[in-house]
Ligand binder design. Structure first.
Ligand SMILES: *Cc1c(COP(=O)(O)O)cnc(C)c1O
Length: 404
């Protein structure tokens, strides 16, 4: 077989469909976010980043950087092993306790990414529980889907954010059967938020466990940044709350929180946790500083919400097709993969504005979009420049307007 030709053909298919991914080669500058240097074939150019998941700019916050510098000098670079074999650093232990307390849960467990935390935990829980049925929201993230698949458990998909459809599916099974309901709080591509209390009511009625992915809410919602479950006063009702340290916390890694026995089970049975070296102590120290800082900094969350609301209002006033979002995420409808990519290219080339096109399979075909993520560090002048640039590109490409 001509292996090389095979690989080239698969890539040609992606180009053909307009969804070949090109990574922007960025150099971020601490202290100047959202400004960055874009390295191109024609040389370096200055750009403003409008699609970062460093939602609060914590990736450059002085408190986080100082904690990381100190941990580097104190502990060195790497953790030196898996958690079981010499790789448990004191910062890991402190961070797990901090996260458990943030989410009103007994215990926490760190993973090398949010992706792995979903994969490992769902794969392990749904496999350990005898004859477990998993009920998964139709819009759940790939890491959740793959985790459930890995478990080998039976799966039912309920309509997105629809507690009555969940109720219908749960009713198909006897009460004593093991059940796990899996959903997210903030859905990152549409910016909608789950009716968490209604989902919990239904799950509790049927004796099901509940697992929530708060990746796009941790640090940003709730009085201490404990996510939407904290905001809605229901964190204690969830069996598992999962999150990432790589988005609003500004560093890297993922985690779960839950009861002592459940977390101990995942710690003891999840292969992707057991057989992987632990997070660098610097990273754990930085995340710990960020979580602690955000716990007592509601003004950052207020400013984040204000920036998102202001951007939505400015885009609507300009007649641009903002999709309905009730969170900090601001999706702009394009509806065509190739045009979406072109819009993104033109913004970057002509206006120094970087926003990555969001195409299938991340979102359904026909709903391609630009996904804007304003942070407290995006000022009024950057917003004005963004709106002008979008209007120019929308005119040039004849893209759909508001209400289209
Ligand atoms: C980004 C993301 C993850 C994975 O988190 P990482 O720390 O980036 O690996 C998990 N769930 C959702 C919903 C995400 O968007």
């Amino acid at each position: 077989m001509d292996y090389e030709a095979f690989f080239r053909d698969r890539i040609a298919d992606l180009h053909q469909e307009g969804r070949y991914r090109v990574f922007a080669d960025l150099e971020r500058h601490a202290g100047r976010f959202p400004h960055a240097t874009h390295h191109t074939k024609a040389g370096p150019r200055q750009v403003v980043v409008w699609c970062s998941n460093d939602y609060l700019g914590m990736g450059q916050h002085p408190v986080v950087l100082q904690a990381m510098h100190e941990a580097l000098d104190q502990c060195g670079a790497g953790a030196g092993g898996t958690r079981n074999i010499s790789g448990t650093n004191h910062y890991h232990v402190l961070l797990e306790q901090e996260l458990a307390s943030l989410h009103n849960q007994e215990a926490g467990l760190l993973f090398n990414s949010g992706y792995t935390s979903n994969l490992a935990t769902l794969g392990t829980l749904a496999r350990l529980l005898p004859h477990c049925v998993v009920f998964s929201d139709a819009y759940n993230h790939n890491s959740i889907i793959v985790g459930i698949r890995d478990s080998g458990a039976e799966k039912q998909i309920f309509r997105h954010n629809d507690p009555s459809d969940l109720d219908r599916l749960l009713s198909l099974y006897p009460r004593d059967r093991a059940k796990l309901v899996v959903f997210e709080s903030v859905y990152s591509m549409d910016g909608d938020i789950a009716p968490i209390r209604e989902i919990l009511d239904v799950a509790e009625k049927h004796g099901a466990m509940t697992y929530i992915d708060e990746v796009h809410a941790v640090g940003m919602y709730g009085p201490r940044g404990g996510g939407v479950t904290e905001r809605d006063g229901c964190a204690h009702r969830l069996t598992v709350i999962e999150g990432t340290l790589a988005k609003a916390i500004g560093t890297q890694g993922g985690y779960i929180t839950g009861s002592t026995a459940l977390v101990d089970c995942v710690r003891s049975f999840a292969a992707s946790f057991i057989f992987s070296s632990s997070l660098a102590p610097t990273v754990a120290a930085g995340a710990l500083a960020a979580v602690r800082h955000l716990k007592v900094s509601p003004e950052i969350r207020d400013s984040h919400q204000e920036r998102a609301a202001t951007l939505k209002q400015k885009l609507r006033a300009a007649g641009l097709p903002v999709m309905p979002s009730i969170s900090h995420i601001v999706p702009l409808f394009v509806g065509d993969a190739r045009l979406c990519k072109r819009a993104s290219d033109e913004l970057l080339e002509h206006h120094g504005i970087y926003v990555q096109p969001i195409n299938y399979p991340t979102v359904p075909r026909g709903t391609e979009r630009l996904r804007l993520t304003p942070t407290p560090l995006h000022g009024d002048s950057e917003m004005a420049a963004l709106v002008d640039a979008l209007l120019d590109v929308w005119n040039r490409l004849g893209l759909p307007r508001q209400g289209a």
